[in-house]
Design a protein around this ligand. Structure first.
Ligand code: ZN
Length: 713
């Protein structure tokens, strides 16, 4: 067959693998860097046409006429772009990176323009007020309400004369955030401690010494160089016997980007973040007040599960109070150990804490990570994980044959008991060249029900970076993973289940979409609990040579090591969370003095921690989560989600008292229906209550963390 080729660009569209898949699955292996620009330009054009059509006066403000066509167009763009971003993360090449980078600004600009489109806002408001609104499903209504909320938080309701100031605030915040993180990075990079006498390295593990020699060589120095990057810094704090070395490194680390940093002594550099922090807090406060909120903390709660500022404050203070006796015990033990076993002269110092903790931990619970790893061959772990999912949620997981991007990638279908496919997922398990580090779950396609009754089933990517299998005597050995890797796999599969087992038909709130920010880690952390359950581990382990399950004694050691010094660890997290929370709620930024943030952190530490905050510490000056990340007035959400997931898991523990197994399918069915299936279609608080029959309680988290007094008869 021949076709006339008068329009090469158009021709490239017809065979373009980024468009050809329609609502299906892209042929990942066929996607070439040169496909990207024509496909994305075309899809951007289509999406813009859909926006223009949606905002035209003749378009009725109904779901079918307004919301659905807009969703079609933005989904098509989002899915193609998603496939490219995915490849950029897992199969990067210089050409792909360039093609991706070239289109990134246009795609970002398109999506942010939607939030600023006032004509669109008016249309959505009209839809909310239309008689047809009441007839929409609750999920569809939630999509509309979420959009309206996001328009408002983006400043859509502001008077015209306020808008320029509002957008200036956004720009300044972005710049200050960037400067904050640059300063932290410069201060981290700017310090190197060189050791020329090998005796000073005593206690350090060989790999840390090797890395330090390499760092020195890179800088054309003789000896061993240590920097403030965590992988270089932390082994010194844990292992170096040289107390002065620990002190020097510690002091440099906790004064980064502050007026006390060693760099400032030379008077040459200006990486001090003290003023930057106050400026950011002032801008955030101004933004919140423009939008009608009492504080930035209150504004940040608008799309979150926590109800109000006081609730979060009380939540954190409550955990601190309950953890305190355990932290006091941890702290006493550590001081006694440092004095009597380590024979450190004088009182324990801040630069002794990690060192003493590591040695105490080794003395009590040492076991070989490598020995442990032999019990976790990946196929056995997957069999255990899939078996658990099948038992709890009444589904079947079977190998599928979806298009893949690398030979190591596997695909699976999820079926209901009658054999009908309800979802698919990918597993890309191993680290390799061109693949970004870490582990994540990503949405490859969301569940959607169309007006004509058709259903699009969801697809997820589960990506990990486990060590690839190795050949022993020419034979490929089964890959084994560490217990930490097992936890990671369960965590990501928890996100995956949230995405895959959804029953919601409106894309904006199906699966993980539209779930409140502080509740999104519930299903993932929930799954981690099974990795500490003997019943599960016993069946999920088989020694690579003997085939024997994990010995119970080794499991008991792992369990004790898990909660080692959890009292102290918990209070440390509470100090971070409360400092973040109160600087965005109770601190008066208008009258605040230069060191207000530091003083607030000291006040909170004095009240809630048992370890005094060292005079020299300037830790807020490098608190990038808050001043250069997305966690401003949000750090509490780590603990918040831990409470939800632990409490949800406790329902399975309670069931096991009656049924003898945590893999209780009746509880699993309820969890699936009330938490996983509903996705973002209703509030996380309602979902939790529907599952648990009550509001969340912190008790299970404290119990799992060993922060509850053992009952004595
Ligand atoms: Zn997660």
């Amino acid at each position: 067959m021949t076709t006339s080729k008068t329009n090469p660009v158009h021709d490239h569209l017809e065979n373009n693998p980024l468009i050809a898949f329609g609502r299906g699955i892209p042929e990942y292996a066929a996607i070439q860097p040169e496909d990207i620009a024509p496909a994305i330009e075309h899809l951007l054009e289509q999406a813009q046409l859909a926006v223009n059509h949606a905002t035209s006066p003749s378009t009725p403000s109904t779901w079918e006429a307004l919301a659905e066509p807009l969703e079609d167009a933005t989904e098509a763009l989002g899915r193609s772009w998603g496939a490219i971003s995915h490849l950029n993360s897992v199969a990067d090449t210089p050409a792909l990176r360039t093609a991706y980078g070239a289109m990134l600004p246009e795609v970002t600009a398109f999506f942010s323009s939607l939030g600023q489109n006032l004509a669109l806002y008016e249309k959505f408001k009209a839809l909310k007020n239309d008689t047809s609104f009441a007839k929409l499903s609750l999920a569809q209504q939630k999509v509309i309400e979420n959009s309206l909320r996001d328009f408002r938080l983006g400043g859509a309701e502001l008077a015209d004369d306020q808008k320029p100031r509002f957008s200036k605030i956004q720009d300044e915040q972005a710049q200050l955030g960037k400067a904050f993180s640059d300063h932290v990075l410069d201060a981290t990079d700017g310090f190197v401690h060189l050791i020329e006498n090998e005796a000073e390295l005593a206690g350090l593990p060989p790999d840390a010494i090797e890395a330090a020699a390499e760092t020195a060589a890179q800088k054309n120095l003789k000896g061993w160089a240590f920097s403030l990057h965590f992988p270089s810094y932390y082994p010194v704090m844990q292992y170096a016997e040289n107390r002065n070395l620990r002190r020097k490194m510690y002091e440099a680390y906790v004064t980064r980007a502050s007026e006390l940093a060693p760099e400032y002594a030379k008077g040459q550099l200006d990486w001090n973040n003290t003023e930057n922090m106050l400026q950011q807090l002032r801008l955030r406060d101004e933004e919140a007040k423009m939008l009608g909120f009492e504080s930035y903390a209150a504004l940040s709660l608008a799309p979150k599960m926590a109800r109000d500022v006081t609730e979060v404050d009380h939540f954190l203070a409550d955990i601190a109070q309950r953890a305190r006796p355990f932290a006091e015990k941890d702290w006493d033990e550590l001081q006694v150990f440092a004095r009597d076993s380590l024979k450190l002269p004088g009182p324990i110092q801040p630069w002794d804490i990690a060192y003493a903790s590591e040695h105490l931990k080794q003395e009590r619970y040492s076991f070989s990570e490598n020995e442990l790893k032999q019990y976790f061959p990946l196929p056995k772990v997957l069999e255990g994980l899939f078996g658990l999912i099948q038992t709890l949620f009444d589904v079947r997981i079977e190998a599928a044959n979806l298009p893949i991007w690398h030979a190591d990638v596997q695909s699976f279908s999820v079926q209901n008991p009658s054999g009908q496919i309800i979802a698919y997922f990918y597993l890309d398990p191993y680290a390799r060249q061109g693949k970004r580090g870490g582990a994540w779950m990503d949405d490859a396609r969301g569940r959607r029900e169309f007006s004509n009754g058709e259903i699009q089933v969801p697809v997820a990517y589960l990506v990990c970076n486990f060590a690839p299998p190795v050949k022993v005597n020419g034979v490929l050995r089964q890959p084994t993973i560490t217990h930490d890797d097992v936890i990671t796999l369960f965590h990501e599969s928890g996100h995956g289940l949230h995405h895959l087992l959804t029953q919601v038909g409106a894309l904006g709130v199906s699966g993980i979409n539209g779930v409140e920010w502080d509740a999104v880690e519930l299903p993932s952390q929930f799954m981690e609990n099974f990795c500490w359950e003997w019943e599960v581990l016993e069946k999920m382990t088989a020694h690579i040579e003997t085939g024997m399950p994990l010995p119970k004694a080794l499991f008991e050691k792992m369990l004790s090591a898990k909660n080692f010094q959890n009292g102290l660890g918990t209070l440390r997290q509470i100090v971070f969370s409360l400092t973040d929370w109160r600087m965005h709620s109770s601190l008066n930024v208008k009258t605040a003095k230069q060191q207000a943030v530091l003083e607030l952190s000291r006040e909170i530490a004095a009240k809630f921690n048992v370890i005094p905050q060292p005079e020299i510490s300037r830790w807020p000056n490098s608190f990038s989560h808050i001043f250069a990340g997305g966690y401003a007035a949000g750090y509490y959400s780590y603990k918040w989600a831990e409470v939800l997931s632990a409490d949800a898991y406790a329902a399975f523990e309670e069931a096991s008292k009656l049924t003898g197994t945590v893999l209780d399918s009746a509880t699993g069915a309820r969890y699936r229906a009330e938490i996983l299936a509903v996705g973002g279609s209703r509030s996380a608080a309602e979902s939790f209550k529907a599952f648990r029959g009550r509001d969340p309680s912190i008790d299970a988290l404290l119990r799992h963390g060993g922060l509850v007094q053992e009952e004595v008869a």
